[in-house]
Design a protein around this ligand. Structure first.
Ligand code: AMP
Ligand code: FE
Ligand code: FE
Ligand code: ZN
Length: 270
């Protein structure tokens, strides 16, 4: 019998991934995943796609990755198992879309000042999709301003760089409340990437239900620290690749995954 694998973190082209929701479903089935969640940044539009439904081969759990801040630091919160049509979830997503529109204009202004003018047409996204820094980075590559997306982030778009704008922020507390009201669970996304210890301590005081202990291309040794904390705090364990398609070619769908017992605990909690 094949090993059960569930990847609970990936992005479609509803946010900054390059595959459509139905292409992700196809890919998940072709590589033998049995559990999946599409966790787009600040949007649940993937769940409007009729292809995104559970089947005998693949159980789908609703997901989202909300951008938040705590003590001025940017933090990602994963939500799972909520009602994707809940008015409070849809309202939070609309407020994020507006936040992103304003922030993207600020970033384009900064790029203009640095002699790298770009228009919204250059960024090239249809109305209704969430635009993020990766789209701006890709447009910078197309214009020949930078050789790669990595360089665009490293030199200009990364936090603290000359063309970075944080934009409006939403608190972790409000975000968790909304996920809970919509029947879901809230999970600390990729703690591996949080550099400051006090931020982790602060997050562990909040109403999270789980931690994304198994993540991306990190090794089991890296993940062990988070598994230990989850056990100690009696938090659910989640895991996933953070697959984005061509924007992050080094990370494949299924690069990180959880087993059946871990997946069943999440299903039980939602
Ligand atoms: P935003 O949501 O607009 O703040 O953009 C954040 C997203 O940018 C992250 O979720 C990643 O997908 C992407 N990102 C961040 N740093 C990099 C990087 N160095 N290279 C490629 N993508 C990145
Ligand atoms: Fe992303
Ligand atoms: Fe993230
Ligand atoms: Zn992500």
């Amino acid at each position: 019998m094949r090993e059960f694998k569930a990847d609970l973190h990936c992005h479609s082209n509803c946010s900054d991934g390059t595959l459509s929701p139905s292409e992700i479903i196809q890919l998940a089935k072709s590589i033998g995943l049995q559990g999946l969640s599409i966790t787009d940044h600040d949007t649940v539009a993937a769940y409007n796609d009729p292809a995104v439904v559970s089947s005998e081969e693949l159980t789908i759990i609703t997901g989202v990755e909300f951008s938040c801040s705590v003590n001025g630091e940017s933090i990602h919160v994963l939500g799972y198992g909520f009602d994707p049509k809940h008015p409070m979830i849809l309202d939070l997503c609309s407020r994020h879309t507006l936040r992103r529109k304003e922030r993207n204009m600020e970033i384009l202004e900064l790029l203009k000042k640095h002699e790298m003018p770009l228009t919204l047409e250059d960024v090239g996204r249809e109305e209704g999709y969430n635009v993020g820094r990766p789209h701006i980075a890709l447009a910078m590559v197309r214009k020949g301003y930078v050789p790669s997306v990595q360089v665009a982030f490293k030199k200009y778009l990364g936090e603290g760089c000359s063309c970075y704008a944080p934009g409006k922020t939403f608190s972790v507390e409000t975000t968790l409340d909304i996920i809970h009201i919509a029947g879901g669970i809230g999970v600390i996304a990729h703690p591996h990437l949080i550099k400051k210890g006090p931020i982790i301590s602060r997050l562990l005081e909040l109403e999270f239900d789980g931690i994304e202990c198994i993540y991306g291309n990190f090794t089991s040794k890296d993940n062990a620290r988070w598994l230990k904390i989850a056990a100690h705090k009696e938090l659910l364990v989640t895991g996933g690749s953070d697959f984005h398609g061509e924007v992050k070619p080094a990370i494949a769908l299924g690069a990180s995954y959880i087993d059946k017992a871990t997946f069943d605990k999440i299903l039980e909690a939602t």
